[in-house]
Ligand binder design. Structure first.
Ligand code: TRP
Ligand code: ZN
Length: 471
């Protein structure tokens, strides 16, 4: 809607109030507030409407002793509607001030919503810069599945993990996988510590007893795979055969086993590129660090995090997520199986290619129900269909992982190996650095194999309740 086309007589009452408020704040009268969520089926408050972030510039300092984080988040975004106000997601911490386009902005907070009312309305299509200054002791969050994320304390520092919502505990943003952006994360810590994040380390400078590490991620990144690890680490740098930089940081207590397994990264990367196509990022590596509250691995972009030295399968799983999850990112949390089904299937393929069980054997063992030692675990696979969760608490359950991988195996059975590899590589290429959902996937598979009928796979394996009648 243009500035002049709307006559006040046509404005409904509620909107008229919003417009009046906007006018009071000194802006134009054409904008309206952006939505406080992006209608994610499981996390309705996550993300925000009305703008699209292109870059996060985070300048942070952390002192493990006082547990205080001090930060400035410079967010560059493009308005996707005329805006009188917009929201950022931020949980905890104290906001000291906000500017938009260099002018002081009004703001207020309610729960995880930081509402910013710029001095001047933003026009649809306009690129703007919002700067939020904040500080405080970041929170550890508890997920619907009761695991911990957000800001986790470690023996010698801290670790930030953000799946599915934890990144709002350490920086304000549009915290939904559908809005990816490039990042520059600059972090200052006491001199004796290291700070590791996503992407490439572009500078490291020490002054007055504190060291500043600058990390750069040029490729689009979803905020749930942004990370920050602060502590003492054994750092190893190497390169893969293709010349890709490898940067690995290992907690000293895990140094021996950790360094040994991480030495396999170049081999795994070579295998993965052969099977999944070109690696989508500019560096790789890993972080091994033990937090007090969480003991799971996470596919943080370009540098997955592990709670201890992983076995090779777990390392393969997290590295496979760089293609499936980090580069091709779900449009919403409903599409989680596209992450976990692929990463689990990558483990099966790795085993098949390295003298372990074939994917087909694993598939049949899961179907028969003798894969896990505990019968309940074998039964749990059939609790719900991978593409139809009934609550947010289910996004990390085994139907998303194992049955998701079984869907991929069913496709492989249907199309044969050659076309299957074309499909998984083509899928990664088609949505490289983007977002995709389950409908995009089923349409893609059908396009790649127009002579085959997938309706039973979709109906029974992807969306159907209970255990399918045939393996
Ligand atoms: N994505 C992680 C993996 O590699 C597991 C995980 C960590 C997870 N945190 C989560 C899954 C939160 C769902 C929700 O498998
Ligand atoms: Zn995973």
């Amino acid at each position: 809607m243009s500035r002049s086309s709307r006559s006040s007589a046509a404005i409904p009452f509620a909107l008229a109030i919003a417009v009046a408020l906007t006018a009071c704040s000194g802006g134009g009268v054409h904008g309206k507030p952006g939505a406080s969520g992006v209608r994610d089926p499981y996390f309705p408050k996550m993300g925000n409407g009305g703008y699209d972030v292109t870059h996060y510039g985070l300048t942070l300092s952390y002192d493990p002793q006082s547990k205080r984080l001090k930060g400035t988040a410079a967010i560059t975004a493009r308005a996707t509607q005329n805006l009188s106000a917009f929201n950022l997601d931020l949980k905890g911490l104290d906001v000291a001030g906000v500017t938009v386009e260099g002018k002081v902005a009004r703001w207020n907070r309610a729960g995880q919503e930081l509402t910013v009312r710029p001095h001047d309305d933003l026009d649809k299509g306009e690129t703007f810069r919002a700067v939020v200054r904040y500080s405080g002791s970041p929170e550890t969050l508890t997920d619907p599945d009761s695991s911990k994320e957000g800001w986790l304390r470690t023996a010698d520092g801290a670790l930030a993990l953000g799946e599915p919502t934890g990144s709002m505990a350490w920086f304000p943003g549009n915290h939904h996988p559908s809005d990816k952006a490039s990042y520059d994360i600059k972090i200052t810590v006491p001199e004796r510590l290291q700070a590791v994040s996503n992407g490439e380390l572009t500078s490291e400078t020490t002054a007055k007893g504190r060291t500043t590490f600058a990390w750069h991620t040029a490729e689009p990144m979803a905020s749930y795979v942004a990370t920050l690890a602060i502590g003492e680490y054994h750092i190893t740098r190497s390169t893969t055969k293709n010349g890709l930089p490898v940067y690995a940081a290992v907690d000293p207590t895990q140094a021996e086993a950790g360094t040994k397994v991480l030495a396999r990264i170049p081999d795994i990367m070579e295998w993965a590129e052969y099977n999944f196509g070109p690696y989508p990022f500019s560096s790789t590596g890993a972080v091994i660090d033990r937090s007090e509250d969480a003991d799971y691995a996470l596919e943080t972009q370009s540098r997955p995090v592990f709670p201890g030295a992983p076995d090779t399968e777990l390392l393969v799983h997290e590295l496979a997520h760089e293609w499936y999850g980090d580069s091709v990112t779900p449009k919403s949390w409903r599409d989680m199986w596209l992450n976990e089904g692929f990463a689990t299937y990558a483990e099966w393929l790795w085993q098949e290619d390295h003298d372990g069980d074939t994917a087909d054997k694993i598939f049949h063992s899961l179907y028969k129900g003798d894969y896990y030692e505990n019968p309940d675990d074998n039964e749990a696979i059939w609790a719900f269909p991978p593409a139809k969760l009934s609550s947010a608490a289910q996004i990390s359950d085994s139907p998303v992982y194992d049955r998701g991988a079984m869907v991929l195996h069913k496709i492989r059975q249907t199309v044969g190996d050659d076309r299957f590899y074309d499909i998984i590589q083509g899928w990664a290429a088609a949505h490289r650095h983007g977002n995709a959902d389950t409908d995009d996937f089923t349409a893609y598979v059908e396009k790649m194999a127009p002579d085959k009928d997938f309706s039973e796979i979709w109906d029974d394996w992807l969306y159907g309740e209970g255990k399918p009648d045939h393996p």
